[in-house]
Write a protein that binds this ligand. Structure first.
Ligand code: BGC
Length: 722
């Protein structure tokens, strides 16, 4: 008998031995908390694990605690089925890497994969077997705090990240002791919440679903993702947790997903508040019928499904099938062979310190240099007095951003600490000035005095870590508290003393601070970089590293422009200054303040000689694209080159730019090189008039350049043939 058949038979015979309550236990995920006596289980007792009425746990950390709980299941429950231990390992467990939006800015497949691999090592060493990541919600509204957790505004980029993350978390095979099952979330359309308000309703057209919100999930499925989590939200009135059409029919039926579908936290219970279920029995029925296998934290399956069965609303075969999927995942994770395979080998000190070194590199690679007037950065080697000012200057605890509950924030490195370590000879003063979000003005004068005595000011401004992530939407994306006034005062006084001001901006989203770009000499978007934040930022400020990241989102000029993103469709009345009746604002340009893909380096790159071949292609062909670059600046640097397409004439109006590729090139001053990209012509397919995928003949522009700023792109037209 081959291994798969053998596995299936074992699972089936196990299911045949299970009572209904043991079956529903396998479909139940419960959270852990901590009491003096050790971990406790929300709304349950450890007796439930022994009774086999809990199959998986979330929010449990620490190898000892996890082993203790696993022991209850494996040694004391009747059927000895191991627990599935799950946690949100979003950007690291203890060693925290940059938040996902920041990592997206790296445009580096290996980097994306490796941070997930490292996080998997660290989490698996604790005994964790599944992570609720990657989060793949494309988001074009920066009010939404969860934009911080995702890939940014572009579906093609999101798909690349999806593949790399699934590979990274899951490793070579799920049964490896350092592999985590990944969970693609939140399926789907969560990024489109109304007015950017978390958990609000969504309503997305079928075309936009196919073009924007689904591609990254399909990429995760292709990469073999083990589980999927439906979004909390409804889509055009049908909550995703109960969305049979999108879960059972599309995800399972059409896309062939046979892994585990895990509800979001209490999402089955929330079907009552969505107004589609009268009680937990109805809610559980809707979720199971839609295809949800695991009930996270609603206790709806255990309480509701027995009655639903009696009433004939669900069939036992459906429950068995869900249990089958859960047990298959546990088997694939190797839990039946050795439930302690994860968590039994503590990581070495050397591995941990190597990981921190890597986090520092990745941190530096995630910072986008948005502005650098008169080559203010890197700081000149001759500098002797520096003032590190602002409420985020020495805010180690904020550096992790959202989702790092298991990390010790006292090991994070602040900008002040990083700069002091990097520049031991320089006199570095520190002046917070104001709190991140307070109204105390009493420290402002003293801070301005400190600033005046420096040769350069590093002004660290932005959001607190808690201002982005889940349930952290904001309606005003200016700096919180008194920071704007404080920054204006610093700019004012610095300009009278001719002192350059370098702003390091922390945020989980693009902020709307046009006034800041008008006055700052240099601006670094530092997002939240994690454990090694301060060292990574110091590496860039001192020039030990050149910035190389590019913004994965457009930065609006004003809230009135939101949503603003590069892949807009053309208007029948394109904006024209000479024609009143065109698509524009009377009081602002259409373009964002900062384009998708923007990011400066310490080099200076000239693009020339775009070559695209062949000039006529069929769907099965691959396009070869070459462009020459020269670094005409005075520092070595890495440039990211983007590839876009624009289908000029099709049966459906196509976006003015669609991202199709990127590649990086490292050049020394005076050096030239050629960047080669390739693109399967099938990438130019799109959902046609009837929403079926088509490859249509006609002209397509291929564009290459440093960002989505149209005027900076080189273009060549090719012809598609059927
Ligand atoms: C979030 C999920 C997360 C889950 C478990 C929910 O509130 O929406 O993204 O995985 O909690 O922590």
């Amino acid at each position: 008998m081959n291994a798969k058949v053998d596995r299936m038979t074992r699972i089936e015979s196990l299911i045949s031995e299970m009572t209904l309550s043991e079956k529903l236990g396998q479909l139940t995920m419960t959270a852990c908390g901590y009491a003096v006596t050790g971990p406790t289980i929300a709304g349950d007792s450890t007796e439930a694990i022994k009774a086999g009425t809990i199959g998986s746990l979330l929010n449990l950390v620490g190898a000892d605690h996890i082993r203790q709980m696993q022991d209850l299941a494996v040694a004391h429950s009747r059927l000895k089925i191991p627990l599935l231990i799950a946690l949100d390992v979003i950007h690291g467990l203890r060693t925290i890497f940059p938040i996902p939006l920041a990592e997206a800015a790296m445009f580096d497949r290996e980097g994306w994969e490796r941070t997930a691999r490292e996080a998997a090592h660290e989490a698996a060493a604790d005994g964790i077997a599944l992570t609720f990541a990657p989060m793949l919600d494309v988001a074009r509204d920066p009010r939404w705090g969860r934009i911080a957790e995702g890939p940014g505004e572009d579906p093609w980029l999101a798909s690349e990240i999806a593949r790399a993350k699934v590979r990274g978390f899951q490793g070579a095979q799920l049964s490896d002791r350092d592999a985590l099952a990944a969970c693609a979330k939140h399926y789907c359309g969560y990024g489109a919440v109304t007015a950017g308000r978390d958990y609000a309703s969504t309503d997305v057209s079928e075309r936009t679903l196919q073009e924007v919100h689904l591609p990254a999930f399909r990429a995760a499925l292709e990469a073999g993702v083990a589980s999927v989590m439906p979004a909390f939200t409804d889509l055009a009135g049908i909550p995703m947790t109960a969305n049979r059409a999108l879960l059972r029919e599309r995800l399972r039926g059409q896309y062939g997903f046979d892994g585990v579908i895990i509800s979001d936290y209490n999402a089955i219970g929330e079907l009552l508040r969505h107004g589609v279920a009268a009680d937990l029995t109805e809610a559980a029925t809707l979720a199971l019928n839609a295809g949800v296998d695991i009930d996270m934290m609603s206790n709806a399956y255990r309480t509701g499904l027995p009655a639903a069965l009696e009433r004939g609303w669900v069939q036992i075969a459906q429950i068995d099938q869900a249990v089958h999927r859960v047990l298959t995942l546990k088997t694939r994770l190797g839990l039946f062979d050795d439930p302690y395979r994860r968590g039994s080998v503590p990581e070495s000190v050397a591995a941990l310190s190597e990981r921190r070194r890597f986090a520092r590199q990745i941190g530096a690679r995630s910072v986008v240099m948005l502005q650098n007037v008169r080559a203010t950065l890197p700081l000149p080697g001759s500098i002797q007095r520096l003032c590190v000012a602002g409420p985020l200057a020495d805010a180690a605890a904020e550096m992790g951003g959202c989702w790092c509950p298991a990390a010790r924030t006292d090991t994070h490195v602040s900008v002040l600490q990083g700069l002091r370590a990097a520049l031991p000879e320089v006199a570095i003063s520190h002046a917070p000035g104001v709190a991140i979000n307070g109204d105390d003005r009493s420290q402002i004068e003293a801070a301005l005095e400190q600033c005046e005595r420096a040769e350069a000011i590093v002004l660290c401004l932005g959001e607190a870590a808690s201002m982005s992530g889940e349930a952290a939407s904001r309606s005003d994306l200016d700096l919180p508290g008194l920071q704007r006034g404080f920054a204006q005062a610093v700019f004012e006084s610095a300009s009278t003393h001719d002192i350059p001001v370098i702003v390091v901006l922390f945020s989980g989203r693009p902020l709307i601070v046009p006034w800041l770009f008008e006055r700052a000499d240099a601006v670094l978007a530092a997002w939240f970089l994690g454990t090694e934040a301060g060292n990574a930022i110091a590496d860039l400020l001192t020039g030990a590293q050149s910035p190389s990241a590019r913004s994965p989102v457009s930065w609006p000029r004003s809230m009135g422009q939101v949503p603003v993103f590069f892949a807009q469709r053309p208007s029948g009345r394109p904006a024209s200054a000479n024609d009143h009746y065109t698509s524009k604002y009377l009081d602002a340009p259409n373009e964002p303040l900062i384009n998708f893909g923007h990011g400066l380096t310490y080099g200076q790159f000239r693009y020339s000689n775009l070559r695209v071949a062949p000039e006529a292609v069929r769907e099965s062909d691959t396009l070869g694209i070459e462009v020459d670059l020269a670094n005409v600046g005075s520092h070595e640097a890495e440039e990211t080159v983007f590839l876009f397409a624009h289908d000029k004439l099709a049966s459906v109006s196509r976006p003015l730019l669609e991202l199709k590729g990127f590649r990086r090139i490292h050049l020394h001053p005076g050096q030239s090189g050629t960047v080669r990209l390739s693109m399967p012509a099938s990438e130019l397919c799109f959902p046609g008039v009837d929403l079926e995928r088509v490859f249509e003949p006609g002209e397509v522009e291929i564009l290459v350049g440093p960002s989505a700023e149209r005027t900076r792109l080189l273009a060549q037209t090719i012809v598609l043939k059927t």
